[in-house]
Design a binder for this molecule. Sequence first.
Ligand SMILES: [Zn+2]
Length: 119
Amino acid sequence: MSTHKNEVVLSELSVRQLRARRRRLVARLPDVGGYLAGSLVEQSRRCGKSGCRCAGGELHGPYVYLSVGRAAGRRSLFYVPQTLAALVRRRVALTASVQQLLADISAINLELLARRELE
Ligand SMILES: [Zn+2]
């Protein structure tokens, strides 16, 4: 995604251009059935068994986790099995693109509202 495209100044566009831009954004919205909010993190772990190689610093992993926001800024980590890591990665990317598209649509609607052109 080019950053230039995001730097379009909405206030310089006509109402017609704003609505056309909004239609294009809506058309790009993917099927949201796979919406999965969170971010992927990789962590290496110590298993705790005495005598294991990890006790000497050679940790297990890295394992993939989905970091999910909870209330009051707290986050939870969900283990993602290796077999599902690619799928979850795609879902998280899809979710980020949906969030960006919705934010862009909202910005256009805010501009239309400011001009009393929100329908
Ligand atoms: Zn271990």
